[in-house]
Design a protein around this ligand. Structure first.
Ligand code: SAM
Length: 276
């Protein structure tokens, strides 16, 4: 397991902010398919009249903070936060169209700027794996939760079960060489690895659930471009147009070779870990 480096992660996400903002709206429906089970696990409901206070960590361009705010409505409060202010640009832009928008603030999840016990639920989608001292983050998350509150995390399962990362990563490595920048994404891919840290941080009950959806993507279409820009963009910045075109042609060919009756099956493997 490769422990991420704080400066490298800050640089990666600062460089990725524009791509995440650009793709946030086109990817919103797909994102919501993962947001729903995460919010369910955290106990964030659309129950009218229930006052819920939710903290979303590592919100990036607003997932799942925006979905949480729609559930909680005007009676509650959703705070979205992220280490990198630039990553929140998309979230703030998207929130301006919402009736009951979340509030956003820059915050490192290892030192949250909130009082003890003020949130009913904490969510974090694909963020905790990038924190070098994840144990410190989990202890601070527990501190800001009220007694009986829940924290729910979504992390990636193994690389082999995540077709977009595996196939695009193989082509990027063939063109640009191997590097370790994808490794932090899969830091908690082993079953029980984050759950063990959560127990160590003082969560009383920890449960995990694996989801393995298979998306049927349209063959011959660049359905992979969002993942290329968002997750590999930091490696592609120096490529000239011809080199980028050659890379994209190889990615397209790799997915087209998997087409079956006009669709490409794209498997994903995510895990939800919830602590009480
Ligand atoms: C893969 S993105 C996830 C964004 C969003 N939750 C989503 O699922 O679309 C990871 C995010 O984690 C944030 N992040 C990394 N380290 C962090 C830390 N120590 N505290 C808070 N956020 C952090 C990054 O800035 C980035 O926005």
């Amino acid at each position: 397991m490769l422990t991420p480096d704080a400066a490298t992660e800050r640089a990666r996400w600062t460089a990725s902010a524009d791509a995440w903002d650009r793709w946030a709206d086109p990817m919103a429906d797909l994102a919501d398919k993962l947001n729903r089970p995460l919010l369910d696990a955290a106990g964030v409901t659309a129950e009218s009249g229930k006052m819920q206070r939710v903290l979303d960590l590592a919100s990036g361009a607003g997932e799942p903070a925006l979905s949480a705010a729609r559930r909680v409505g005007g009676a509650g409060l959703v705070v979205g936060s992220d280490l990198v202010p630039g990553m929140l640009g998309g979230a703030v832009r998207r929130a301006s169209a919402e009736a009951d928008p979340p509030r956003f603030c820059a915050a490192d999840m290892t030192g949250l700027p909130f009082a003890d016990g003020v949130f009913d639920a904490v969510t974090c989608r694909f963020g905790v794996m990038f924190v070098p001292d994840a144990g410190a983050a989990l202890r601070d998350i527990r501190r800001v939760l009220r007694p009986g509150g829940k924290a729910a995390f979504m992390v990636w399962g193994p690389l082999a079960g995540n077709g977009l990362f595996a196939d695009i990563g193989a082509v990027v490595a063939a063109h640009l060489g191997e590097d370790h920048s994808l490794a932090p994404l899969f830091r908690f891919a082993a079953p029980g690895s984050l759950a063990t840290l959560m127990t160590g941080a003082g969560f009383a009950t920890v449960e995990e659930t694996d989801l393995t959806p298979v998306r049927k993507a349209p063959a011959g279409q660049p359905f992979w471009r969002a993942a290329l820009d968002m997750s590999f963009g930091h490696r592609l910045a120096g490529l000239d147009a011809a080199a980028r075109a050659a890379l994209e042609a190889d990615i397209a060919a790799r997915f087209d070779a998997q087409a079956d009756n006009g669709t490409v099956p794209v498997p994903a493997h995510v895990r939800i870990i919830v602590g009480h």
